[in-house]
Design a binder for this molecule. Structure first.
Ligand SMILES: C[S@@+](CC[C@H](N)C(=O)[O-])C[C@H]1O[C@@H](n2cnc3c(N)ncnc32)[C@H](O)[C@@H]1O
Length: 256
C-alpha cells in the first residue's frame, strides 16, 4: 500500500525544504551535469536541483505513485521522472551526481547501498545525501514502543521500524573506504517551532507513521494514531509554541 500523502507531507513545506537547500549548497557546480535524484517525491525540488545546477539531464525516481502523481507539473526539458524503487537501481548508466533528500532513510543496508551508488558514478562524480537522524527522539521511540504492544504487535507481526541511518562518523569512514577523496559529513539540528505539541503528531504522520499506516488495516491505524497522540500528550511538555529539535545527517563525497 502506498501511504505517502503529498498534502500531509507538504504541511511543513518550509521546514522540510530548508535541508534540501543546505544539501544543494554542498554540491560543486559543473557544466552539463547528469543527475540522478533518489526518492524525488513530487519532483518539485528535483526541478529546483536541475535548474540551480544548470544540469543537462536529471532523472528523478520514486516508488510512490501518489507522490509522483504531482510530478507532471515539474517536467521540463532534460527532466524525467520514473516510478522505480531505489533497491532495484542498476549500476548503469553512470551519472555525475547522485542526490537524495530525505529518502535513503527508507532503504536498508547502507554499506551495500552506498557501494552500489558509488558504482553508478563517473570518475569525478559526486554524491549528496540528506537523511533524518532523529530516531532517538521521543517522537520516534514512542512509535516503536506502541508497535511492540498489543494489539499492534500482532497486527504488525512483530514489526517495528528500526532506522538504517548510520552515525555521521560511519558515513565518513564509508565514503573514505569507497574512494571518495573529498568529503563533508555533518550532523545538524534543525529547530522547528510548532504551534503546540500536536504539531509533532502532524509532522510524523507525514513521514515516520506512513510506515505503520501501510502495514495496518485503516481501523487499526486509527487506533494506533489515537494511542500515539495520547502518549505524546502525556510525555511531551505542554509548551506553546512547541520547540521540536530535529537532527539530520548531511553528507557529500567526490571521487577523484
Ligand atoms: C520524505 S519524501 C522526500 C521527497 C523529496 N526528495 C523532497 O525532498 O521533497 C521521501 C520520498 O522517498 C520515497 N521513497 C521511500 N522509499 C523509497 C524507495 N525504496 N524507493 C524509491 N523511493 C522511495 C517516498 O515515496 C517519498 O516520496
Amino acid at each position: 500500500m502506498d501511504s505517502w500523502n503529498p498534502a500531509q507531507y507538504q504541511k511543513f513545506k518550509a521546514e522540510r525544504t530548508r535541508p534540501f537547500y543546505d544539501l544543494l549548497g554542498f554540491v560543486e557546480p559543473k557544466a552539463n551535469l547528469r543527475i540522478l535524484d533518489l526518492g524525488c517525491g513530487t519532483g518539485e525540488l528535483t526541478l529546483v536541483l536541475h535548474h540551480t545546477l544548470k544540469a543537462s539531464e536529471t532523472q528523478g525516481i520514486d516508488n510512490s505513485a501518489k507522490m509522483l502523481g504531482e510530478s507532471a507539473a515539474f517536467v521540463a526539458p532534460g527532466v524525467v521522472f520514473q516510478h522505480m524503487a531505489i533497491e532495484t537501481l542498476t549500476e548503469a548508466p553512470q551519472v555525475d551526481l547522485i542526490f537524495s533528500n530525505a529518502a535513503l532513510q527508507w532503504v536498508a543496508s547502507h554499506f551495500a547501498l552506498f557501494g552500489k551508488l558509488r558504482r553508478r558514478l563517473k570518475s569525478g562524480g559526486q554524491i549528496a545525501v540528506q537523511m533524518p537522524a532523529n530516531h532517538d527522539h521521543l517522537s520516534h521511540t514512542l512509535a516503536s514502543e506502541i508497535a511492540q504492544e498489543s494489539p499492534f504487535r500482532e497486527a504488525l507481526n512483530g514489526y517495528h521500524r528500526l532506522s538504517p541511518v548510520l552515525l555521521p562518523e560511519e558515513y565518513a569512514t564509508l565514503l573514505h573506504s569507497l574512494g571518495f577523496q573529498f568529503q563533508r559529513v555533518e550532523l545538524r539540528v534543525y529547530g522547528q517551532v510548532m504551534e503546540n505539541r500536536d504539531g509533532v503528531v502532524e509532522w510524523v504522520k507525514g513521514t515516520l507513521l506512513t510506515d505503520y499506516e501501510r502495514r495496518l488495516a485503516p481501523e487499526m491505524y486509527t487506533k494506533f494514531l489515537d494511542v500515539y497522540r495520547k502518549r505524546i500528550h502525556s510525555r511531551l511538555e505542554n509548551e506553546t509554541p512547541y520547540f521540536y529539535p530535529f537532527k539530520r545527517v548531511l553528507l557529500w563525497g567526490k571521487l577523484p
